[in-house]
Design a protein around this ligand. Structure first.
Ligand SMILES: NC(=O)c1ccc[n+]([C@@H]2O[C@H](COP(=O)([O-])OP(=O)(O)OC[C@H]3O[C@@H](n4cnc5c(N)ncnc54)[C@H](OP(=O)(O)O)[C@@H]3O)[C@@H](O)[C@H]2O)c1
Length: 159
């Protein structure tokens, strides 16, 4: 996110403004987990499934793509039902990768254990906030890591 807590300048923006080090961390972490969960809008900014990971796309509409089992799957289930169905399929972790609506839905449902937040050195002065309309939640800081020269990666657990 930007220093002013935004994850994009607008809802159509591709997340191409983050550092190379953050992108590297994102790929490593999500491949380690094997599952990425994202909103339909975020998926549309990316345009294709992220390789070597199961991509779960949250949508309440007829999805604008065909499912590819194990690769690209759309769902209109609740966050809790999505997690349950992953557990039933023997997955042990999943990364919620945005955007604001989906981050907020999983946090509000109490399903998030860890937050990895990279602060990038810019201000958007407006745009899409990280989360919206969730009740306040306490976090515990686990680590602070400098990524390259300009970025900071914060790891929190949700209490
Ligand atoms: N910097 C970052 O870390 C980061 C990461 C990801 C995304 N982003 C940015 O975030 C922006 C998009 O965020 P956003 O909040 O506008 O959209 P979003 O969360 O990506 O997608 C919202 C859509 O997801 C579906 N959805 C959300 N909650 C759902 C639920 N509980 N059940 C079923 N479907 C659900 C709905 O799809 P339908 O409308 O199809 O029903 C909704 O319109 C983009 O600009 C993107 O670049 C930034």
């Amino acid at each position: 996110m930007s220093v002013d807590g935004r994850i994009a300048a607008d809802r159509e923006q591709l997340t191409d403004w983050t550092s190379a080090e953050d992108k590297q961390f994102f790929v490593l972490k999500t491949k380690e987990s094997g599952v990425v969960i994202m909103g339909r809008r975020t998926f549309q900014t990316i345009g294709e499934p992220l390789p070597e990971r199961l991509n779960i796309i949250m949508t309440r509409q007829e999805p604008p793509f065909d499912d590819i089992p194990g690769v690209l799957e759309s769902t209109n289930q609740s966050p809790a039902a999505v997690v349950k169905s992953l557990e039933d399929r023997q997955y042990t972790s999943a990364c919620v990768v945005g955007g604001r609506e989906v981050y907020s839905a999983f946090l509000a449902a109490g399903l998030v254990t860890d937050l990895y937040v990279t602060i990038e050195p810019l201000l958007f002065g407006g745009g899409v906030p990280f989360v919206e309309e969730i009740s306040s939640q306490r976090l515990q800081l686990i680590s602070v890591e400098k990524l390259g020269e300009q970025s900071v990666l914060l790891h929190y657990v949700v209490l």
